[in-house]
Unconditional design. Structure first.
Lengths: 264, 250
């Protein structure tokens, strides 16, 4: 089933950015137990962008929570940068679908939130946050509140908050799904540019086939619940905006679509 | 600026409407128990210096009580709203006690606390406390878990979450509760002052009533009404300062 592609040579890194080994996660509530993830192993290299695609409820959000240190695996191990994850880590950024912006803080204070939680002096925090707003192009809105921003600008703000923290692991849970088609494409380009200039390892959960192919050097397909890895598609040609127009891009989208339709 | 002007115009129009209605009823029933608004307002102005100490003490009681009740209610409400364990105990307790009319405890409080400020402050604080605790609990429960997860992923401790998420998110509903309970607080104040002690606007009103001095009684009623309006406006002012981010309610 695999598509033959030219393999570009990449320097091999000594340590993995993210390593999941035989991880399972079971939610226990008073009524029932839900096995959300079952024996999943995955290794993400430093600076590698991964896209994850899978049906609703297959455990994608749970997986990100595990890597972000918000939950502990029931069995198996999760490590980031060679260290076992015991709780939230300073340089791991998690961006959820609603962006996690605080409506009561200005754009600048939202961007500085991570820094201020880390007790960085206010002045330094604001300077760094302002710089991050500049990188994502919303510095003119520093004194506005999130409700005054468009969807696309909110997404940029969430990115800025991560940038200000000098993120090396970026975890994103369907970050663009609430945006209209044009804004979405624009933000996909922003994500691509930021990943290239900051070179963090990235896991992007998405429902969009095109988004996965544009932004994932490897695309992980998950099985329905309990989540396991079904296939991983290599997509080494990704990395530029122009990739969108290429024949390989379309070929890969078609391939992915066929695999997903096979599920139904 | 324009909004403020509209507000002032609104108040003026409402006042005129109330005074006209009052005058009409007064003329129709033609009874000394309901003097004309002109008489009452004249009396209010004439007696203002005499009433001032009573207004001062009533104000002191109500402001202290609202501050105490709100702070205690907010803290407790947010805590039980965020903790499943405490909520299991706290929620049933609250819902049993919440509907009990606190005013019926006036006699008990007078016996226990005497006739000074204490019974008024305890009773009004309690009323405000229940209003805010119920509101704060609901507000804490409605906080999006995703929002908390996002902030936690930045390394936030429980205290950070309380400070950056839980408290600010509850502020608008706390202010709504305060606005609603300002009216209740004035009513409870009146009842307590009219029964216990010889100070406060409530006492002043009932005392004039006893002397069948209806004009003076109405001067007191005007003072009490103005107190309610003033409180309401103070709450709005503080809210605008503390919650500049929320869309303004109309
Ligand atoms: N906090 C939770 N408590 C209990 N069950 C949960 C919780 N979070 C998720 N689940 C369950 O775990 C499964 C996977 O959820 P999730 O990771 O959100 O999937 P996805 O993000 O792929 O849609 C679902 O069946 C969901 O109902
Ligand atoms: Mg999800």
């Amino acid at each position: 089933m695999s598509i033959t592609t030219k393999q570009t040579s990449r320097p091999t890194k000594c340590r993995a950015a993210i390593e999941l080994h035989d991880v399972s996660l079971c939610y226990k509530t008073a009524q029932k137990e839900t096995l959300a993830i079952d024996g999943l192993s995955l290794m993400v290299e430093q600076g590698e962008p991964i896209a994850i695609i899978g049906a609703s409820g297959c455990g994608k959000t749970s997986l990100l929570n595990l890597i972000a240190g918000l939950r502990k695996p029931t069995t198996g191990t999760v490590s980031v940068k060679g260290e076992s994850v015991v709780g939230p880590r300073k340089q791991t950024s998690l961006i959820l679908q609603d962006y996690g912006l605080l409506p009561w803080k200005t754009v600048l204070d939202n961007a500085a939130l991570g820094l201020s939680i880390q007790k960085i002096p206010r002045k330094t925090a604001r300077k760094k946050a302002m710089e991050a707003l500049r990188v994502v192009g919303i510095e003119d809105f520093a004194t506005s509140y999130p409700r005054e921003l468009s969807g696309g600008m909110r997404q940029r703000l969430a990115m800025a908050r991560a940038m200000a923290l000098e993120t090396d692991i970026m975890l994103m849970d369907e970050p663009l799904s609430a945006l209209d088609a044009l804004t979405r494409e624009e933000l996909q380009n922003v994500l691509l540019d930021l990943w290239q200039s900051e070179s963090y390892a990235q896991i992007l959960v998405t429902h969009s086939i095109e988004e996965a192919v544009l932004l994932g050097r490897r695309i992980v397909l998950m099985t329905p619940r309990p989540g396991k890895i079904r296939t991983i598609i290599d997509n080494p040609e990704m990395g530029t905006r122009e990739y969108r127009q290429s024949a390989i891009f379309h070929e890969r989208c078609t391939h992915l679509r066929e695999l997903l339709l096979g599920d139904k | 600026m324009k909004a403020r002007l509209q507000r002032v115009i609104g108040y003026l129009t409402a006042t005129v409407a109330v005074l006209l209605g009052w005058a009409a009823i007064s003329l129709i029933i033609d009874n000394p128990a309901l003097p004309l608004p002109t008489t009452a307002v004249q009396q209010f102005i004439a007696l203002f210096p005499e009433m001032l100490p009573h207004i001062g003490i009533s104000f002191y009681r109500i402001v202290i009580s609202m501050v105490l009740g709100t702070i205690a209610g907010t803290i407790l409400g947010l805590i039980i709203g965020r903790s499943t364990k405490l909520d299991a105990v706290g929620a049933p307790l609250l819902y049993v006690l919440y509907p009990v009319p606190k005013i019926v405890f006036v006699p008990v409080l007078m016996v226990l606390l005497g006739l000074g400020n204490a019974p008024a402050i305890v009773l009004i604080s309690t009323v405000i406390f229940f209003q805010t605790v119920v509101t704060a609990r609901a507000a804490a429960k409605s906080i999006s878990p995703d929002l908390v997860a996002s902030v936690r992923s930045l390394g936030a401790s429980k205290l950070d979450v309380a400070r950056h998420v839980v408290f600010p998110s509850a502020l608008p509903s706390i202010f709504t509760a305060l606005r609603i309970s300002a009216g209740t607080a004035v009513a409870v104040l009146f009842v307590v002052e009219s029964i216990a002690g010889n100070t406060g606007v409530g006492f002043y009103i009932v005392n004039a009533w006893g002397r069948i001095d209806y004009a003076t009684m109405f001067a007191g009623i005007i003072a009490m009404a103005l107190m309610g309006v003033f409180l309401y406006e103070v709450i709005n002012f503080v809210e605008n300062r503390l919650v500049p981010w929320a869309p303004k309610p109309e």
